[in-house]
Design a binder for this molecule. Structure first.
Ligand SMILES: Cc1cc2nc3c(=O)[nH]c(=O)nc-3n(C[C@H](O)[C@H](O)[C@H](O)COP(=O)(O)OP(=O)(O)OC[C@H]3O[C@@H](n4cnc5c(N)ncnc54)[C@H](O)[C@@H]3O)c2cc1C
Length: 395
């Protein structure tokens, strides 16, 4: 359940292996703009392994070979992807709806694949303590779907994990994100940009004719920002990106500025009999580092690698589901640990005025020693324990 990166990739791979799959997605389309746009080198490698890479790269996208941040006015190269041991030595920026449409159009070629849009799972069907399917709402009425395994890939507000009563560990997150659009003009900088300043951050994602802006604020600070007024908020944006001065007035109403609450959490156990949670449903990710989509896809690949053959024969057991968590838990812990570090030290770090004007030591090292930029590149571009396609194709 859930047609995000985790659900769609798991659906694709299991259907490819000949396992009957129904992906249930509550929305009518994939067009939501708060999901991030990053397709990492490790995901591009998976597309190559699936024989889809050439066609995939024909979709409109941008290629980012290095990450630069503007920190307190100074440009700092943070990551260099050009030395990665992958076919694509770049992050592809592609709106997530294009990525999901691409994957679903290919999945539909497998006879075992079904995608049901506007199908919102509202409950799990139980037999004793085993999940045996889901109950969903559709515009045409209620629907029951029975299955050998329910994969909860329904994101950070997961119905699957709450209905199953799976225990969740919450990690404090000191940030939220304000999300808004500002138009693009000729002559604007070409690459997707992150601007750090005095412990604050503005991210600009290039969406062809507009900038998708993410402005990181301290958690709970939105009311205070509103009280200071729109003019002050517009000034704040311009203080990060001067080139937006001539159009920041487009933000003339608070309704154009959405508050996205950031969460980082993880289930103690990602499964129970008949149900496995993956992606944000098992571990909600912060946008920090832009790695949540990649991690969700890696979970899906591991799920298919470990379970596809067994599912070809019928239901799987709790011990089988445990192997998926065992494989994916430590990469998740490591990345979440890094995100929590970034929230505390980089994004909301408080320091003296003098320190604020200078570069943090780690960033100075990255500036002085280019070879060090390969470390963040590996962490962001590949992630710990990158997965490869091992699941079978249908006979
Ligand atoms: C503001 C913000 C920006 C981000 N930016 C980035 C970025 O640039 N790069 C990056 O890698 N990560 C980013 N992330 C993290 C990333 O969005 C997630 O980690 C990733 O989308 C997780 O994928 P998923 O498939 O597990 O879940 P989701 O992408 O959340 O997909 C879940 C799907 O399930 C559907 N669904 C939900 N409930 C139900 C239901 N009951 N029945 C049926 N369907 C249901 C939803 O509609 C959705 O389509 C960002 C996160 C935030 C909050």
């Amino acid at each position: 359940m859930g047609g995000g990166p985790a659900g769609m990739m798991a659906g694709y791979l299991l259907a490819r292996a000949g396992v009957q799959v129904a992906v249930l997605e509550k929305h009518a389309d994939f067009n939501r703009d708060f999901r991030g746009d990053t397709i990492h080198p490790s995901t591009l490698e998976l597309m190559h392994e699936l024989g889809l890479l050439d066609e995939f790269l024909k979709q409109p996208h941008q290629e980012l070979r290095g990450l630069r941040a503007v920190v307190n006015g100074q440009v700092v190269p943070v990551a260099d992807f050009t030395k990665l041991p992958t076919r694509c030595k770049f992050i592809a920026f592609m709106p997530q709806w294009d990525f999901l449409n691409f994957l679903s159009s290919h999945a539909k070629r497998f006879p075992a694949f079904q995608l049901r849009m506007e199908t919102e799972v509202v409950d799990l069907l139980m037999e004793s303590s085993r999940v045996i399917g889901v109950r969903a709402k559709t515009p045409r009425g209620e629907l029951e779907v029975h299955s050998d395994l329910v994969i909860g890939a329904d994101g950070r507000h997961s119905t699957a994990q709450t209905r199953a009563g799976l225990e969740q560990l919450q990690f404090g997150v000191p940030i939220d994100v304000l999300w808004m659009r500002i138009s693009k003009k000729q002559g604007d900088p070409k690459q997707t940009l992150g601007f750090f300043q005095h412990g604050k951050l503005l991210v600009l994602l290039d969406r062809d004719d507009y900038w998708q802006c993410g402005f990181v604020i301290a958690k709970g600070q939105f009311d205070e920002i509103k009280e200071r007024g729109l003019a002050q908020f517009q000034n704040d944006i311009v203080s990060f990106a001067e080139f937006l001065r001539d159009r920041v007035a487009e933000l003339d109403d608070w309704s154009k500025i959405k508050l996205l609450t950031v969460q980082v959490n993880r289930l103690r156990e990602w499964y129970c009999e008949g149900l496995l949670c993956i992606g944000d449903s098992a571990h909600a990710m912060s946008p920090a580092g832009g790695v949540g989509i990649n991690l969700a896809i890696q979970d899906a690949v591991a799920t298919a690698n470990l379970l596809a053959e067994k599912l070809q024969r019928g239901p799987v057991q709790v011990d089988d589901l445990r192997t998926v968590q065992a494989r994916r838990e430590w990469p998740t812990r490591l990345i979440q640990g890094m995100q929590i570090f970034i929230h505390r030290r980089v994004v909301t770090g408080r320091s003296s005025n003098e320190k604020q004007a200078s570069l943090p030591f780690v960033l100075r090292l990255l500036k002085w020693f280019p070879i060090l930029r390969q470390l963040p590149a590996r962490f962001i571009g590949l992630g710990p324990r990158p997965e490869h396609i091992r699941s079978p194709t249908a006979a």
